[in-house]
Ligand binder design. Structure first.
Ligand code: FE2
Length: 294
């Protein structure tokens, strides 16, 4: 059971948009009682070799919202992603809405502000975002109440967003046959991730869970939707009553073998700024590559 205010009677409409380049799923979540909607985890396209940024994926979200005459009220980031760039500012410019993330973004900004040797012009106070959520904070999309739950472990700022019978788990969980996300980024912790996953698994069994990523393990088709009950019973890393000790041992050994995500260098610099590309002293968009520091 959970102490969080959950309303399983409300069934929001969820439209999913899969990005092949980064295996990310973005969502448009609509209030069933109005034309209001929110976006969860948008993607900005990048050809990293050419440092060329484009917006096909974000444009698909924008077209979906415009075609249906919806009003975008929130642009949510479940965390500072290390494997894709957020398109939040581009979408906000076109459709409005407030950009929100967990309040622990300050920790992430401090850690990566140092790694990227950012100057004092890079504010480490989360002010690039319109809203910073604390655990249990609620916000409205039309008449539908949404709830942010603090779920650190993969990163310090991770939050799961719950609205009605739908929860957007970010990188807290993958599909049952995918397990869980790595916990070895700066500020990550496997034991903390296990505890956060237990918080998600304490939600009602028939709560729909929407993943941020899927890699189609063992050749299966890409999937992004499951339930709390399915994860509890079958998740290969935490299901079937696996203990914290078992999880931490497995997760730590696995993480030691993983290479860094292909887009971690540009992703962190952009996403810790709420999706804005940093600029050099002359105002040109410019990314840094810190050597031997990740
Ligand atoms: Fe992530």
């Amino acid at each position: 059971m959970t102490d969080y205010p959950v309303n399983m009677e409300c069934r929001p409409d969820v439209a999913a948009f899969f990005d092949d380049a980064t295996n990310t799923i973005s969502y448009v979540v609509k209030d069933p009682g109005s034309e209001a909607c929110a976006i969860i985890d948008s993607v900005m396209d990048i050809d990293y070799a050419a440092a060329r940024i484009t917006y096909d994926h974000a444009d698909a979200l924008i077209a979906h919202i415009r075609d249906r005459g919806l009003t975008l009220e929130w642009i949510i980031e479940t965390h500072v992603h290390a494997d894709h760039l957020s398109a939040a500012p581009y979408i906000q410019e076109k459709l409005g809405g407030k950009i929100g993330i967990g309040s622990k973004i300050l920790v992430v900004q401090d850690v990566f502000g140092k790694i990227f040797n950012e100057g004092t012009e890079f504010q480490r106070d989360g002010s690039q975002f319109d809203a910073l959520f604390e655990d249990g904070d609620t916000y409205m999309v039309g008449g539908m109440q949404c709830l942010a739950i603090y779920t650190p472990g993969h990163t310090p700022a991770c939050m799961v967003h719950v609205t009605g019978d739908a929860a957007f788990v970010g990188d807290t969980l993958f599909m049952p046959d995918g397990g869980s996300a790595r916990a070895d980024f700066p500020g990550g912790d496997a034991g903390t991730l296990y505890d956060s996953i237990q918080t998600v698994l304490a939600l009602p069994d028939d709560m729909r869970l929407f993943m941020c990523h899927d890699y189609g393990p063992n050749g299966r088709d890409i999937q992004w939707e499951t339930t709390v009950g399915e994860e509890k019973a079958h998740n290969i890393h935490v299901g079937g009553g696996k203990t914290k000790e078992e999880f931490v041992k497995f997760r730590t050994e696995r993480d030691a073998q993983l290479s860094m995500p292909r887009l971690i260098i540009p992703s962190l610099q952009v996403n810790m700024r709420a999706g804005e590309v940093p600029t050099d002293k002359d105002g040109n968009p410019m990314l840094k590559v810190p050597v031997n520091s990740l």
